[in-house]
Design a protein around this ligand. Structure first.
Ligand code: AMP
Length: 290
């Protein structure tokens, strides 16, 4: 497995893969890898060769009072895990490689990034789309693998690839969870033992939503009220938002008709966590994927 730190070396490897008509798959990450990330890598290995995993804690997607400095960095363990999965190349650039002195450009997708995560984290998605476009330019992936855990992010990146005619197909993979339902996240490492127990309320509320929908409840306000009440009544948990939105526009819906997401964000102790469920029409009813 190659470990590449410079954009120039990475571009060379990527250009060779394109010339050889090889299907380069990119898995963009910020490291501190867990089974959620590794599930994307396994999917990439099924579809692509070579597989490149980028590890870059992107300063531009963190707000001034967020956890950029303390974000976990575990490159040696990450490398070992990726090597064991047969990854061809790890691209771990320094911030200067991605944002050299004098860097001034940003990419932003209008509209989709202003609400939900974007409202709580102003500038976050501009940071994400800017770095993802740079990573795509450097690695020239035919396929790029993202988790549905960050559903709004995946939607925004899909919009960007379409709008900018990027020659990269997105693959969005399911959410990987702990046995008790908590979605894996590098930020789970910040949770105290009691936070960790309380954090399962996100999954439990989505599971209740699944039960309510499968027993025929289509009343969005009622479904939302149940989820919000469950989360708000959990000690140590402060709900940021719980919304049911159209999967395409990310605008709130009044009734279940088309594919939509139940999107959640909450602060558990001092750690901000997100989670979601995908609600899809299935014949006369709806299926809820958590
Ligand atoms: P991050 O390192 O947090 O930027 O995440 C890198 C990629 O891994 C993103 O596409 C995430 O959506 C995905 N990811 C993170 N956690 C999970 C999870 N629990 N299940 C599936 N994908 C995940």
């Amino acid at each position: 497995m190659e470990l590449i730190h410079t954009a120039a070396c990475m571009k060379q490897l990527a250009a060779e893969a394109r010339r050889g008509d090889r299907l380069l798959g990119l898995v963009p990450t910020m490291g501190a890898l867990h089974e959620g990330h590794l599930s994307l890598v396994r999917e990439a290995k099924k579809q692509c060769s070579p597989v490149v995993v980028s590890i870059f804690v992107n300063p531009k997607q963190f707000g001034p009072s967020e956890d950029f400095q303390k974000y976990p960095r575990t490159l040696d363990a990450d490398r070992a895990a990726l090597e064991a999965l047969g990854v061809d190349c790890v691209f771990a650039p320094t911030p200067e490689q991605i944002y050299p002195l004098g860097f001034r450009t940003s990419v932003s997708v209008e509209g989709l990034g202003d609400r939900l995560e974007g409202r709580s984290r102003p500038g976050h998605f501009r940071g994400v789309t800017t770095v993802v476009l740079k990573l795509f330019e450097i690695t020239l992936p035919r396929f790029a693998f993202f988790g549905r855990k960050d559903a709004q992010q995946a939607r925004i990146i899909r919009q960007m690839t379409g709008d900018l005619d990027l020659d990269t197909e997105l693959v969005v993979c399911p959410i990987v969870r702990e046995p008790d339902g908590l979605a894996l996240s590098s930020r789970n490492a910040y949770l105290s033992a009691s936070d960790r127990r309380a954090a399962t309320v996100l999954y439990r509320s989505l599971d209740t939503l699944r039960r309510d929908v499968s027993s025929g409840d289509r009343d969005v306000l009622h479904l939302l009220a149940t989820v919000r009440k469950m989360i708000e009544s959990e000690p140590g948990v402060a709900l940021d938002y719980a919304e049911i939105v159209d999967a395409d526009t990310l605008e709130p819906v009044m009734a279940l008709r088309k594919t939509c997401y139940m999107l959640l964000a909450a602060r558990v102790g001092s750690t901000r966590l997100i989670d979601n469920a995908l609600i899809e029409p299935a014949g006369d009813s709806f299926s809820v994927k958590i």
